[in-house]
Design a protein around this ligand. Sequence first.
Ligand code: D41
Length: 723
Amino acid sequence: MVFRSLPTQVTPGKRRRHGDFPVTPEKSSDISLDIFADDEHQKRAAALADKIRRADVLYYGQAQPEISDAEYDALMRDLRALEAQYPELATKDSPTQRVGSGAVTGFEPAPHVVPMLSLDNAFGAEELMLWDERRKRLLGLPAETQIESACELKIDGLSVSLTYVNGSLVRAATRGDGETGEDITSNVRTIRAIPTVLLKQAGASLPSRIEVRGEVFLGHREFARINSDIEETGGKTFANPRNAAAGSLRQKDPNVTASRRLDAFFYGVGECEGYSFTSQLNLLATYKSWGLPTNPNVQLCATLAEVQAFCDIWETGKQKLTYDIDGVVIKTNDFRLQLELGAVSRSPRWAIAYKYPAIQVRTTVNSIEIQVGRTGALTPVANLEPVAVAGVIVSRATLHNQDEIRRKDVRVGDTVVIQRAGEVIPEVVEVVIAERKGTEEPFEMPTTCPSCGTDVVRPEGEAVTRCPNLRCPRKVEQQIEHFVSRAAMDIEGLGEKQCELLTSEGTVKDVADLYTLTLETLLRFDRMGEKLATKILSNIDASRTRPLARLLHGLGIRHIGEHTAEVLASHFGSLTRLAATSVEELAAVHEIGKTTAESVWKWFQNEESQQLLVRLQAAGVTPTAPQDSERSTVLAGKILVFTGTLVRLRRDEAEGLVKRLGGRASGSVSKNTSWLVAGESAGSKLTKANELGVQVLTEDEFIAMVEELQHSSAQPEPAAEQE
Ligand code: D41
């Protein structure tokens, strides 16, 4: 069916740019005979609108959705259908007439120069065909013509709009209601996937001003890491990567955003001056050349059959991705055709989102068991009657904690609806109460640890119940497993089974014990041949000199994931320095927030930790200081000093760049300084550089020089050295 939507007016007086499409009311092809809405229709429309508004507030405003995307889409479709039939129901404030909810307070409003459009959805092949027919009809093309389409994955993240002026990021905004979003510049500046300066290719130009549109998201691994961090501190975990990305992007403290590795892909343009694109593929290739991340899984399709094939392939193919997608976006490739097709009701007619149905299935809860994590957290897990969900057999689902079980009222024996939230972690959506027989058993968290029998504790205000026993075998086993894992000390040969064996008999009581293992001890275990045991010992030995970051990560200090461990290792360089630091010094490190700083400091103050470190050292564990062997050398031997306020680059970015190119960034000017890069309101360092005859560069000159170096790889000669 073709929906009839009200046209949106482009505000008069606005400059016309790419993205301002001629807006024409769509010719209606499905005029109904029954043209007046009665009371009942009105009530139904109002009820649908209410539900949608409520869902909007929960989704956008609080990042705590209550209904699934599929349910939301269904509500929206019903309302649109009703309004298409009775246009007088489509009042100005109907949810169909706007996208998303308004800006949430706390961030400055950020108006979009060119509105951020939304996408109409097509559910299945038939609706896709209808969309294709419509675009041909609108273009006056014969039905048998094929229009070239660019097919992209529809990343399930948050839409953002970045404004670059002469290649420099000046503003980042959320989408908001499409007209006005929120200014999230400081947070976006911390996202490493997003360049603060666009790369200029030799011989090419950059737009003088451009609004770049894309999606910020979290990959599955990072999502899991964030949630496990939150779980450790007893906080409320995110239900899916999308919510976690939203929560991370809207942080009041940019340090928190920085500590979460958000990712991004860019795919669209708003305002654009001084540059023009010819097609969607041309835009994507250009973005890539500027250093903006674009999704590699795009395809130019010559026919609609190819488009459908692309959609079908990714319906199952998406399971192999490391991030979530919720469909495919199909765009008319040629920008001239896009312009001709224009937009109605804030959706371009040249694009459509092909949505996959959210797959939910029913199964029964056979039992609920408790898992003990490496921090001692007790997590209830539902053992399910195995079912296939979106091509994967699911037999377990996390129930998070006691509060969640109570909220959903999940009982053993219940029929439940499950879905793969974020496509990775199976989740119990709800209990099918109608299926209750009365024999289902409510679940209570145990009062003692199922592993060691110690009384568990649940601190006031926290959702997590923990086993406080430091020697809890299950906890130690998990700690060892974490320590030897690939992301940490990478000790091959020690899998789940081996860790269980080593800890269950008390042979290994903490990670330092691993380094005292002998061939004799290992050979006592079942199915441990001499060959395997020798290999394990040699792998343990090799781990003695792993990089410091890996050891730090492996120690399992709260809030220290892989990335934070790297930040700490490269800042402090050694365990000794880390152990001697203060909370203040830690918190001053870029990307380290207060909570992390306190957690690290506390860990190193703890007597048990200190003893562990002494024993590790005694066992010959000498982690290597961080070094980057694959550095470029174009700035080798050069010392740069930055002073004043930089506007295009962050200070750490600039210094990082120098390091990557083999140079050194120093804090003070001396006769050995190769260049002083002076930003705005530079002071005494600039005076000193002038006195010493050190060459001074503006920020622009520095960036131009770096770009030049990266392209030509030629060694620069500063004037000061030529003399
Ligand atoms: O990956 C996406 N989520 C995605 C979203 C994409 N690849 N392309 C998109 N293109 C557009 C238009 C055609 C309007 C430029 C989009 C979106 N819009 C979009 N996302 C959320 C609202 C609109």
